[in-house]
Design a protein around this ligand. Structure first.
Ligand code: NAD
Length: 260
């Protein structure tokens, strides 16, 4: 379905981003991976995608905290593939703390990566999409783009920001066959979620099991974690021609969390 397309997926060395990159490659898209991590592991992942799906897979270690690196990532992909048809803004970090104790540098880092990097990537990728008259922008938002939870002020602010950015971009390019949507998962079992457990235990004075069952799945009526494959399938669908009229949407995949 995506054999003639090229995709950049930020934060795709792990978790949801890797799942989306693999799913796009399965459909035939060339992919530019990006993220942090062990170089040998990442190379294994990159080569594995090429071997399994018969596409071109590249990796950029661009640190998206830096606007110049974000622009560089898009430029590198355009040079290598001739275009960036699909942009998935997915890289994200989390930090859990009461707001009056929230370290300034952590707050700013979350805004920089989870929100500003998406702006810079969209700004860099849109001219190429406009030239081709086709594009798909998918922002990994969160249930926290719609509702809040205590101790996550930076993350909730960034994700609400992404929801607004998604709608605005969609309106600006609505007549150019470019769609811009957000996917808002509830709790997906990934390294990011696992890493929140110790801080949440501290902040709420709970055991790890209580954090999983009462805090994370407490608000998720299905009582099940969303899977990476489910999120990736929705991303693939949003890239299809069938999804051409879905734009400016913030699509919840949260086991009913935000219905409550
Ligand atoms: P993850 O920690 O598994 O993956 C995060 C990715 O971002 C990794 O590839 C990491 O290397 C990359 N990254 C981190 N800092 C970076 C930087 N400075 N520059 C470039 N890349 C960087 O996390 P995940 O759970 O897969 O999260 C992916 C996205 O999904 C995030 O935006 C997150 O907010 C969102 N999300 C996750 C959940 C969940 O429950 N896991 C729920 C809703 C939304």
């Amino acid at each position: 379905m995506l054999k003639t397309k090229a995709a950049v997926v930020t934060g795709s060395t792990s978790g949801i981003g890797l799942g989306i990159a693999r799913a796009l490659a399965r459909e035939g898209a060339n992919v530019m991976l990006n993220g942090l991590g062990d170089a040998a592991e990442i190379e294994k992942t990159r080569a594995g995608i090429e071997a399994e799906f018969g596409v071109k897979a590249l990796f950029s270690p661009a640190n998206l905290m830096e606007p110049a690196a974000v622009k560089g990532l898009i430029g590198e992909a355009e040079t290598a593939f001739g275009a960036v048809d699909i942009l998935v803004n997915n890289a994200g970090i989390q930090f859990v703390s009461p707001i009056d104790e929230f370290p300034d540098d952590k707050w700013e880092a979350i805004i920089r990566l989870n929100l500003l990097a998406s702006f810079y990537a969209i700004k860099a990728a849109l001219p190429g999409m406009k030239r081709k008259g086709w594009g798909r922008i998918i922002n990994t938002a969160s249930a926290h783009s719609l509702v809040a939870s205590p101790f996550k002020s930076a993350y909730v602010a960034a994700k609400h920001g992404i929801a607004g950015l998604t709608k605005t971009v969609a309106l600006e390019v609505a007549q150019q066959k470019i769609t811009c949507n957000a996917i808002s998962p509830g709790y997906v079992w990934t390294p990011l979620v696992e890493a929140q457990i110790p801080d949440t235990m501290k902040a709420r004075n709970m055991t790890a099991e209580q954090v999983k069952n009462d805090v994370m799945l407490g608000g998720q009526p299905t009582k099940e974690f969303v899977t990476i494959d489910q999120v990736a399938s929705l991303a693939v669908y949003l890239c299809s021609d069938a999804a051409a009229s879905i734009t400016g949407a913030n699509l919840s995949m949260d086991g009913g969390w935000t219905a409550a």
